[in-house]
Ligand binder design. Structure first.
Ligand code: SF4
Length: 238
């Protein structure tokens, strides 16, 4: 459908575009009446803090969409529709919209700058790195950010862990040294159980993803037992 000035009516799933700030978004329901404009955003989950800001950004997009809203009418009513009931969010004043716009422009510029860097800046965080498909290559992950991530992973018994092979332990197991940043006070000697036909050499430094790690905190000096499973991956470091 060609975009043009909206007349009175209800517009579901409508895309708003603020060309000047290069932002757009799709609003669940926009109602344009003679004396008021209303935006409703339907939510399937429970209320979270960011929902209010999101719908206020929709209000900004509506007021700055020069094609659909050439008169720059403000959104007068903002509603978050939850299964538990509607929650009204205070519609921003023009002054607040201007502040929001300035904030968005600033953040957009910072984000563009960040992604233009080669390589982009790494920002390790447990909630992100555990799902990252290139974490075996990420230096920051294996240094500062890794200790937090490991601690979090430890509660679910699966670790990403960096070790150095010191020698063969058994037919399918290897003696390894675990770096202090990997297992905290329990760092030190470990046994890597591969369960199969992987060969290593003494001195090999390995990054092991999603291994089961057992540490006996109560028996000092006991090696950490690192066991590869079907989902584990092993990468040799250069
Ligand atoms: S592992 Fe590195 S690249 Fe991946 S999310 Fe974490 S910081 Fe970013």
């Amino acid at each position: 459908m060609a975009r043009g000035s909206l007349r009175e009516g209800a517009y579901p799933e409508i895309e708003l575009c603020a060309a000047q700030i290069k932002w757009k978004g799709k609003v669940d329901l926009l109602v344009v009446a003679q004396d008021a404009c209303e935006i409703t955003d339907f939510k399937t989950g429970a209320p979270v803090d960011g929902h209010g800001l999101q719908i206020q950004i929709y209000a900004l997009l509506w007021s700055r969409d020069a094609t659909l809203n050439p008169a720059g009418r403000p959104a007068d009513r903002l509603v978050l529709g939850y299964s538990s009931g509607d929650v009204e969010v205070v519609a921003p004043t023009e002054e607040q919209l201007a502040e929001l716009e300035s904030d968005i422009v600033g953040r957009s510029a910072a984000a563009r700058l960040a992604i233009a860097q080669h390589p982009p800046e790494a920002r390790p965080a447990p909630e992100r790195c555990g799902y990252c498909g290139v974490r075996q290559l990420c230096t920051e992950y294996w240094t500062a950010g890794q200790s937090d991530t490991v601690r979090q992973a430890r509660s679910r018994r699966f670790f990403d862990i960096e070790v150095t092979v010191s020698g063969r332990h058994g037919l399918s197991s290897w003696d390894v040294q675990v770096a202090p940043s990997q297992l905290g006070p329990a760092a030190g000697h470990g046994v890597l159980r591969t369960g199969g036909d992987i060969e290593f050499c003494p001195g090999d430094r390995l990054r092991v993803l999603d291994a089961a790690v057992a540490v006996d905190d109560e028996s000092e000096g006991q090696p950490a037992v690192i066991t590869l499973g079907t989902l584990s991956e092993v990468y040799a470091c250069a």
